[in-house]
Design a protein around this ligand. Structure first.
Ligand SMILES: NC(=O)c1ccc[n+]([C@@H]2O[C@H](COP(=O)([O-])OP(=O)(O)OC[C@H]3O[C@@H](n4cnc5c(N)ncnc54)[C@H](O)[C@@H]3O)[C@@H](O)[C@H]2O)c1
Length: 457
């Protein structure tokens, strides 16, 4: 409010504490309570609203945003952060509202000491480090002061950007400068190079987030999906065993549950590989499964943003399509927590909250950009794509969930997956890499090794 560009126009404050009403802050009155917001917006013809409630729950903030959306006003928000020490921090943390604010987030409680015990002073390796999940894993892991962070990806530009970002954070003191940051451009499919990296950098914990993940692409090239996702993971598992890695966390997806597409089927097979490790290895192998995260590479939020910027239409594949949504930082923080719970062979499943209708998401994003859906920007229904489901499930019926110490992390009932069977399935899948094998033969092979896989005809 001390910013000169706002000062002449400030009308006043709203506060939930009734005893503060009619007092003044910096010369401006506390007009009333937040429940009276609509009245004051109309009465004073308010043009801008600042939500400065860093300790309010996200549900509460989301409701205020929804109420303010009835009016054509600018809404900005003060980040919910514990680091607001100075006026500078406050100014830096004021930002436009995002779709995550509107959807409302569940609060996440972490046992940071446990994560610290896992990570501090250790050599940690992240695959797919340049990706949405991988890069956030790197950012969060660094807060727990590992000795070394090894970041592996085939995406050279993405890894370069991450290296710059983290290097800057080290220089500015946000990250401990003594942590060794190692960026390696290499493919998890290259067994030899992966082994070399393990030998040289001696990782103790692996977070495996490298994958081909685009459902329609993988429908067209199923052998590539098997090569990258399944055999790439197999290389990592073998190296982890050989070099006696302590903990191996594989990132999985709800698309692995009763998969209807190649990508999901490869991810289910990876879960089986992880589950087959129970009691067979010094390494604790665990998988963490969750649904869509908001704003990841190639996902619906960046797509809608681009479509809205281009004046529409916004394309939704089906009016009833729903998806679970978490933010990337939320999902990743729960992955770190789940890693501390693992004894080996577990499949952890994150509670994603209520599913969101994609059509509603499109509507909200159009309004957020200041337009009226259908009038200013059309929403077009384009029809389901091959392998796409209307609803994603997070669980197979036989899995049954048990709670853990974290209310948002569940552990699936261990399924008895035989290691020898997984190994013979891998032998079978090698046929898919043969140039002579046709697409439909590859699909048949996948069906043989993932009995829950039902490709759409
Ligand atoms: N994005 C989501 O909503 C979501 C939700 C649940 C689970 N997941 C899972 O998380 C994982 C990562 O997803 P993401 O959204 O971060 O995807 P992303 O595409 O942003 O990241 C994947 C990264 O892996 C890298 N990669 C691919 N093949 C590689 C290889 N052979 N060697 C080295 N690096 C390789 C890519 O270059 C990319 O940087 C996937 O397994 C995905 O199924 C994603």
């Amino acid at each position: 409010m001390n910013n000169p560009s706002y000062q002449n126009n400030v009308i006043g404050f709203l506060d939930d504490a009734t005893d503060k009403v009619s007092k003044r802050i910096g010369g401006f009155p506390i007009l009333g309570t937040i429940s009276q917001m609509k009245h004051y917006i109309e009465y004073y013809r308010i043009e801008s609203l600042f939500i400065a409630m860093p300790s309010a729950t996200s549900e509460r903030v989301s409701q205020i945003i929804k109420d303010s959306h009835e009016y054509n006003i600018e809404v900005k928000i003060l980040n919910q952060s514990e680091d607001l020490l100075s006026e500078y921090d406050v100014k830096k943390n004021i930002r436009p509202i995002t779709i995550a604010d509107i959807l409302g987030r569940t609060e996440i409680h972490l046992d940071n000491d446990e994560i610290k015990r896992l990570v501090q002073g250790e050599s940690v390796l992240v695959t797919g480090a340049a990706g949405s999940i991988g890069s956030e894993l790197c950012r969060q892991i660094l807060k727990y002061n590992p000795k070394r962070l090894v970041m592996i990806d085939i995406n050279e530009n993405g890894l370069y950007q991450l290296q710059n970002e983290l290097g800057f954070d080290q220089k500015s003191g946000k990250i401990d400068s003594s942590i060794e940051l190692v960026c390696l451009i290499l493919s998890i499919c290259d067994k030899h190079e992966i082994n070399k990296a393990f030998r040289e950098f001696k990782p103790v914990i692996i977070f495996h987030a490298a994958a081909h993940k685009h459902v329609p692409f993988m429908e067209d090239t199923p052998a590539e999906a098997i090569k990258n996702n399944i055999f790439g993971t197999n290389n990592l598992i073998k190296s982890a065993k050989e070099f006696k890695v302590k903990t191996f966390v594989s990132i999985s997806t709800d698309k692995a549950v009763n998969p209807t597409n190649v990508m999901g089927a490869t991810k289910r097979f990876i879960e089986k590989m992880i589950q087959s490790m129970t009691g067979h290895s010094e390494t604790k192998f665990v998988a963490v499964r969750f649904g869509n995260v908001l704003g990841s590479n190639g996902s619906v939020v960046p797509l809608f943003t681009r479509q809205i910027e281009n004046g529409g239409p916004v394309t939704v594949t089906h009016r009833d399509m729903v998806r679970y949504f978490m933010t990337i930082p939320e999902a990743v923080s729960l992955v770190l927590q789940a890693a501390t719970f693992g004894h080996g062979g577990e499949l952890f499943v994150l509670d994603m909250g209520e599913p969101v209708k994609i059509y509603d998401l499109a509507t909200k994003m159009i309004r957020l950009a200041g337009f009226e859906p259908q009038r200013d920007i059309k929403i077009e229904i384009t029809g389901l794509r091959p392998g796409e489901k209307l609803f994603e499930e997070l669980l197979m019926s036989e899995e049954g969930l048990r709670p853990t110490d974290n209310e948002l992390i569940f552990v699936a009932k261990p399924l008895d997956v035989d290691e020898a069977e997984v190994q013979s399935d891998l032998e079978l899948l090698k046929k898919s890499l043969d140039k002579e094998t046709t697409r439909s033969e590859v699909i048949e092979l996948l069906k043989q090794v993932v009995d829950t896989y039902q490709p759409e005809e």
